[in-house]
Design a protein. Structure first.
Length: 475
């Protein structure tokens, strides 16, 4: 499941002030810039005079805006057409001529619908919580709208809320919350959009679609869903109803560098393969397995997987697809998840149990070299997570040739996928396992991460390219 966390995750007590917003900080250098980026710009000084070999990076996600100004020139165009494919930028496994799946259930909901009675109580608990939070946020919004109407401004500032005389406990609570928020960031409109509007949208989707056992959109796809060996289904329409997440991920990897707009992607000679398999809800194992196979069969050398879930209905199908890709020398890069869980001991799918090879799991780190370097939302695990990478307030592309800041391991994952692609561009003879080895061996270690991941550090492009140059299989 895609989970952006740049909005509130509960009632007003859970609303938090966003971290500092600095474009391209993930590319900066700790020593030079005092920001814990991965030294991308410094790394390019090692590549002067070297020739790059273009690398295909598959982004398995919710879709990508193929017209985005900072991405359209770096998109992969399918030369191996299949039935229904008119030479587009990839494939969708969650659509058909009937349309596209936008919302889908959580895997928990699907398993209960399929007869797993042991999960009924957990589904009921999560649904009740989602409904309560949704209603609570709607109540907060209603009071906030009343307060702003009384203030008489569409975009009131800190002084306006301080001067306002609340009537009753509801207005007192809302006014106090806004004073706290705007004391740190005096931008009411951004707060309203990012934390209230998106929070309401998120919990509405949970209550009405993701946790609703009566909702099942699979008929849109038209496949035999229970046949995990079925590969030929889907649609060439791989933008999807909402390609925000996939567009943001793709920009981090490959947005055109030094063109004066947007951001600079990590890798400079990448073609982004757009594979749509992740709805607003939990991805289905059959679709993920087929997306991985599609990427491997069409020449991807790196696969970005900024998704995950707590339950799996067909882990075997996904595992077999992973093994298939690994045999084809593909490097898999996966987001660790955004629940602040130790995934050494809690389920997070897909996972590497019974699958070994060139597979990197990524946690999210913050801007500063301090005890809070681990992002507070990031999952972790001494064995299940390999490395950390920038994933807090990452500025990247969104649909309509626009840009936005998002938080999440979904943002950290493409930082590492971009780094892997950069290494493979300039050292094309390196195997996927060697690239993984290089990335893990060259992290910048910190005591604050020692117990949170295998390497205890944040990836670093400069150090990785220095080590890549010493490998015997270099070009």
């Amino acid at each position: 499941m895609i989970k952006l966390i740049s909005f509130a995750v509960g009632l007003c007590a859970c609303i938090q002030v966003q971290a500092q917003q600095i474009p391209n900080w993930q590319n900066q250098d700790l020593q030079k810039d005092s920001l814990f980026g991965i030294s991308t710009d410094k790394a390019y000084t090692l590549l002067q005079g070297r020739k790059a070999t273009p690398v295909i990076v598959a982004v398995i996600d919710a879709g990508v805006d193929t017209l985005h100004e900072d991405l359209k020139s770096v998109l992969w165009l399918n030369a191996k057409k299949k039935k229904g494919d008119n030479g587009t930028y990839g494939w969708s496994f969650i659509g058909s001529a009937k349309g596209n799946v936008h919302y889908d259930n959580l895997e928990l909901t699907r398993q209960v619908r399929q007869g797993d009675t042991t999960l009924k109580k957990e589904l009921a608990r999560q649904l009740a919580e989602a409904q309560q939070t949704y209603q609570g946020m709607r109540n907060f919004e209603a009071i906030l709208n009343s307060v702003t109407k009384k203030i008489g401004k569409e975009n009131p500032g800190l002084a306006d809320f301080k001067a306002f005389q609340p009537d009753g406990p509801g207005e007192t609570q809302v006014t106090g919350t806004l004073i706290k928020i705007l004391s740190e960031k005096d931008d009411f409109a951004t707060f309203k959009q990012e934390q209230i509007d998106k929070g309401i949208e998120h919990y509405k989707a949970l209550a009405e679609y993701q946790l609703n056992i009566a909702y099942d959109p699979r008929s849109i796809v038209g496949d035999d869903y229970l046949d995990s060996k079925q590969h030929n289904y889907g649609s060439a329409d791989n933008n999807g109803p909402d390609p925000t997440h996939g567009t943001h991920v793709s920009g981090i990897i490959a947005a055109v560098r030094h063109n004066g707009i947007g951001l600079d992607g990590i890798a400079d000679q990448v073609k982004v393969m757009n594979i749509r398999a992740v709805p607003d809800g939990d991805e289905r194992d059959k679709d993920i397995a087929n997306a991985i196979r599609y990427a491997a069969d069409h020449g991807a050398k790196v696969i970005n997987m900024s998704f995950g879930k707590s339950y799996s209905s067909d882990k075997k199908a996904v595992d077999e697809a992973m093994k298939y890709a690994l045999k084809k020398d593909v490097l898999l890069v996966q987001a660790a998840g955004n629940d602040n869980h130790n995934i050494d001991s809690l389920n997070n799918f897909p996972n590497r149990k019974v699958v070994a090879g060139a597979w990197i799991v990524v946690g999210a780190s913050g801007l500063r070299d301090d005890k809070e370097l681990k992002a507070p939302f990031s999952n972790y695990g001494k064995t299940a997570v390999d490395v950390f990478a920038p994933g807090v307030q990452i500025y990247s592309s969104i649909p309509g040739s626009k840009y936005a800041y998002f938080d999440g391991t979904s943002m950290a994952c493409p930082v590492v996928a971009g780094l892997a692609a950069l290494i493979r561009e300039y050292y094309p003879k390196l195997k996927a396992t060697e690239v993984k080895d290089i990335i893990l061996k060259t992290v910048v270690k910190r005591d604050s991460l020692t117990n949170y991941c295998l390497t205890g550090g944040v990836v670093n492009a400069y150090q990785a390219l220095l080590l890549a140059a010493t490998y015997t299989h270099r070009s």
